[in-house]
Ligand binder design. Structure first.
Ligand code: WT7
Length: 662
C-alpha cells in the first residue's frame, strides 16, 4: 500500500508524546494519574468498580454487594442494585436542565440534517416504550431490531431498555436466513424494522427481507412487526401482524415510567461469530455494561459537555451499541448519527461532515481510513486538506489492527498532527474498551493499543496460562472479571464456558481469542490477530465455519474450506477452497460458478461474507485421518510457496493444483 511516505516499520517505532494542552484538561491527565487508578484497582478490584458505579450511574435502589463470584465464570455485578439504562441516558439529563441540549445530530444519506434534543428523544422513547407495552411486550421479552442507522434505531433500543425488554439488533446487511436464525434463537416476540434503508443513494429493502425471513419458518414467536417508514417505498403489510411505527407512537402518551431492573437484567443480546457454524447470542447486563460504557466514554474519549462526538459504527455492531446508543447518551453528550456511507456522494463525506458539524471526537475503523487514503491519493478533490478539520481534538479507531502507515496518515492528515489517536482494542463480548490509550496519559506508538483500561487485568500468557515475558508473543487473557463482560451465550451456558473459560487455561481466565505481544521496553500491547477460526474482514467478524456451511448448502458443493489472507484494504480477505460434486470446473465455467457461489453466500449470510477468492480443486489437503490442513491453505491463499512439512498429507499433489487454480 502507499498510504503514506512512511513505511509501517518506520512508523511502528515512533513514539508520539501526549500533547501538553490536551493533558491539562483531560479526565485522566497524566501517566501518573493512570498508574494511580491502576494501583487502586489492583489494591481493591471490586471496590474500584463499586466506586465508579456509585459515582457515574443513577440507581433506583443502591447495590449492597459488588461482585458475586460464587458461580464463576458466571460472574454477577451489583446484582441487588436496581436501575434503568434509559433513565440514565435520558431522564436524568432532562432533570438536570439539559432538556434542550442536542443529543443527536442526524445526517441522512441525502445530507438532510435533523437535530434531536434530550427532551425530544425522551418523549420519543417513552411513546415507543408505551407502544411496546400496549403490544404486550413484557420485561425480559426479546425484541429484534432490524433498522438502518437512524434516530429511530436509537429510540427503539432505548425503548426496549425502558420497559426491561431485551433488544437484539441485527445489522441491516444480514440476509433473511441470518435474520431468521437470530429471531428463532432469541425467541423474539416482536420485530422492529423499516420499509427500506437508504445508503449511498440507493434504497435497499428491509421489510421485504423481514417478510422473507418470517416466511422461512421458525419465527412463530413473533407476534408483531413494527415498521418505520423511512423511504416511503412500497411494502406489503400483513394484516393483523404489521403496524406502522408512526401510528403506534402517535396513539401513546409522551411519558412512561421506567421499569427498574436488577443490574444483572439482560439489556441486550448481540449475535457474533465464533469458531462453529452457529453465531452466538452474546448476553450483556444492564448495570455493569452501562457502567463501562459510561466510564470508557469519559476516560478514553475524554468526553466533555461541549464536545461533538461521532462514532461512525452502525448500531448493528457492538460499537454502535456502546458508543452510539449508550455511552454518549449516558454522559449527556452531543453526537452525530450518520445514515450513509463514507464514499457517497464522494469520498470526502466524512471530512465534510466533520467540518459542518464541528466534530471534536471522531471514532472510526481502520478499513474506512485505508479506503479514504486510497481515494484521497487518486482524487485530489476528496483529500482532507480541502476541509477545515480544526474542530477535531481526538481521534479513535476500532475493529482491527491499524497498520502504522495508516495510523500516521490519520494522525497527520485528519488530526493535523495535534490530535491523539486512541486505538481501542475490545470485542462484542467485552462490552467496551479493554486495552486502549487514555489520551491525556499515554504516549502513543502507531499500531499499539498501549495499556489496559484501569480495572482491566489483561495479560499475555502461554498455553499453560503462565504470563510470558515482555517481547514474547502469547495469548491474550483477562485474569479478573470486569463489570461489562459477557454474562453467557443466550441459551447455551456450556458453550459460554467452553469458548471463554476453557479448561486448558485452568478455567480461570477469560480467553479473548486473540494473540498479543507486549513491547519489551514499554509493556505496550500489540494485538497480533485471532488465534481461532474467526476472520476479520473490514472490521466485520466472521466465522470460517459459518461461511463453509453456507457454501456446502449449495447443491453443487461437496466440500469447502475457508481461510483468511492478508488484504491491504480490508485487513483480511475471505478465500474459499471448494470441491464440487461434479468435476472441477475451469475457465469461464469456473468464473461463473464462483459468482454463483458468492451470491449464494450473500443469500445465506449477507453480502459482507462473500468470499473474495474461490478456488476449485479435486480435493482439499487432508491428513490420513481426514483432517483438512488449513495451515497449508492459508499459505496457498497468500500466494506463498508451501515450505512446511507435508509428509503427513494423504494427497500432497493437491497443493500444486490448488496453488494454480485461481
Ligand atoms: C475482534 C472483536 C470491538 C468492536 C468491534 C469489533 C479485533 C478489535 C481491535 C484493535 C486490533 C482489534 C480483535 C477482536 N479488534 N479492535 N483496536 N486492534 N484488533 O468487535 O466483532 O467482537 O471483534 O476484533 O481480533 O477479537 P468484534
Amino acid at each position: 500500500m502507499t498510504a503514506s511516505n512512511q513505511t509501517d516499520a518506520q512508523a511502528a517505532t515512533t513514539q508520539v508524546p501526549v500533547p501538553a494542552e490536551f493533558a491539562q484538561k483531560a479526565h485522566v491527565a497524566s501517566r501518573a494519574a493512570y498508574d494511580e487508578l491502576c494501583a487502586q484497582a489492583q489494591a481493591d478490584h471490586a471496590g474500584f468498580w463499586a466506586n465508579h458505579a456509585r459515582k457515574l450511574l443513577s440507581w433506583h435502589k443502591p447495590f449492597t454487594k459488588t461482585l458475586d463470584e460464587s458461580d464463576a465464570p458466571f460472574f454477577k455485578w451489583f446484582e441487588d442494585g436496581q436501575l434503568n439504562a434509559s433513565y440514565n441516558c435520558l431522564d436524568r439529563h432532562v432533570a438536570n436542565g439539559l432538556g434542550d441540549k442536542v443529543a443527536i445530530i442526524f445526517e441522512a444519506d441525502d445530507g438532510t440534517v435533523t437535530r434531536v434534543t434530550y427532551s425530544e428523544l425522551l418523549e420519543r422513547v417513552c411513546r415507543l416504550a408505551n407502544a411496546l407495552k400496549a403490544e404486550g411486550v413484557q420485561k425480559g421479552d426479546r425484541v429484534v431490531i432490524y433498522l438502518p442507522m437512524s434516530v429511530e434505531g436509537v429510540v427503539a433500543m432505548q425503548a426496549c431498555a425502558r420497559i426491561g425488554a431485551t433488544h437484539s439488533v441485527v445489522f441491516g446487511g444480514f440476509s433473511a436466513q441470518s435474520l431468521r436464525d437470530r429471531v428463532e434463537d432469541a425467541g423474539a416476540v416482536l420485530l422492529i424494522t423499516a420499509d427500506e434503508q437508504q445508503r449511498g443513494g440507493k434504497s435497499l429493502p428491509l421489510k421485504a427481507i423481514v417478510d422473507e425471513a418470517i416466511g422461512l419458518g421458525g419465527c412463530d414467536s413473533i407476534r408483531r412487526v413494527i415498521v418505520f417508514r423511512r423511504t416511503g417505498g412500497k411494502v406489503a403489510m400483513t394484516e393483523g401482524r404489521d403496524v406502522w411505527l408512526h401510528d403506534v407512537m402517535a396513539a401513546q402518551p409522551a411519558t412512561c415510567e421506567p421499569e427498574w431492573v436488577s443490574a444483572e437484567h439482560p439489556l441486550f443480546l448481540l449475535y457474533t461469530s465464533g469458531s462453529t457454524g452457529k453465531p452466538k447470542g452474546v448476553q450483556h447486563s444492564t448495570g455493569g455494561y452501562l457502567l463501562h460504557a459510561t466510564l470508557t466514554t469519559q476516560w478514553t474519549f475524554d468526553l466533555k459537555p461541549d464536545d461533538v462526538f461521532w462514532c461512525t459504527a452502525d448500531i448493528g455492531w457492538v460499537t454502535g451499541h456502546t458508543y452510539v446508543t449508550y455511552g454518549p447518551l449516558s454522559n449527556g453528550g452531543t453526537q452525530v448519527v450518520f445514515e450513509g456511507v463514507p464514499t457517497y456522494p464522494d469520498a470526502a463525506r466524512f471530512w465534510r461532515m466533520i467540518e459542518a458539524h464541528k466534530v471534536s471526537i471522531f471514532y472510526t475503523a481502520p478499513t474506512a481510513i485505508r479506503a479514504l487514503i486510497k481515494a484521497a491519493e487518486t482524487t485530489p478533490e476528496v483529500h482532507p486538506r480541502n476541509f477545515n478539520l480544526g474542530s477535531l481534538r481526538l481521534l479513535g479507531t476500532v475493529g482491527e489492527p491499524i497498520n502504522p502507515a495508516a495510523w500516521t496518515w490519520y494522525h497527520r492528515e485528519i488530526g493535523g498532527g495535534r490530535c491523539p489517536i486512541v486505538d481501542t482494542f475490545w470485542q462484542t463480548e467485552t462490552g467496551g474498551h479493554m486495552i486502549t490509550p487514555l489520551p491525556g496519559a499515554h504516549a502513543l506508538t502507531p499500531g499499539s493499543c498501549t495499556l489496559p483500561f484501569p480495572g482491566i487485568d489483561a495479560a499475555v500468557v502461554d498455553e499453560t496460562g503462565k504470563e510470558v515475558p515482555w517481547g514474547q508473543g502469547g495469548v491474550l487473557v483477562v485474569r479478573k472479571p470486569w463489570p461489562s463482560m459477557i454474562r453467557t451465550i443466550w441459551g447455551d451456558p456450556e458453550r459460554f464456558k467452553k469458548s471463554y473459560y476453557p479448561a486448558d487455561f485452568g478455567g480461570k481466565y477469560y480467553l479473548a481469542g486473540d494473540g498479543a505481544i507486549r513491547d519489551a521496553d514499554t509493556g505496550y500491547f500489540t494485538i497480533t490477530g485471532r488465534i481461532d477460526d474467526v476472520l476479520n474482514v473490514s472490521g466485520h467478524r466472521m466465522g470460517t465455519m459459518e461461511i463453509e456451511s453456507a457454501l456446502v448448502s449449495h447443491p453443487l458443493v461437496a466440500e469447502a474450506a475457508v481461510v483468511g489472507r492478508p488484504d491491504d484494504l480490508t485487513g483480511e480477505a475471505i478465500c474459499a477452497f471448494v470441491v464440487l460434486k461434479r468435476s472441477r470446473p475451469s475457465g469461464e465455467e469456473a468464473r461463473q460458478l464462483a459468482a454463483e457461489l458468492r451470491n449464494h453466500v450473500a443469500q445465506e449470510i449477507g453480502p459482507i461474507a462473500k468470499p473474495k477468492d474461490i478456488r476449485f480443486g479435486d480435493n482439499l489437503p487432508k491428513t490420513r485421518s481426514g483432517k483438512i490442513m488449513r495451515r497449508l491453505l492459508r499459505v496457498i491463499a497468500k500466494g506463498d510457496a508451501v515450505t512446511q512439512d507435508t509428509s503427513t498429507l494423504e494427497n500432497p499433489a493437491i497443493l500444486d493444483q490448488l496453488a494454480q487454480a485461481n
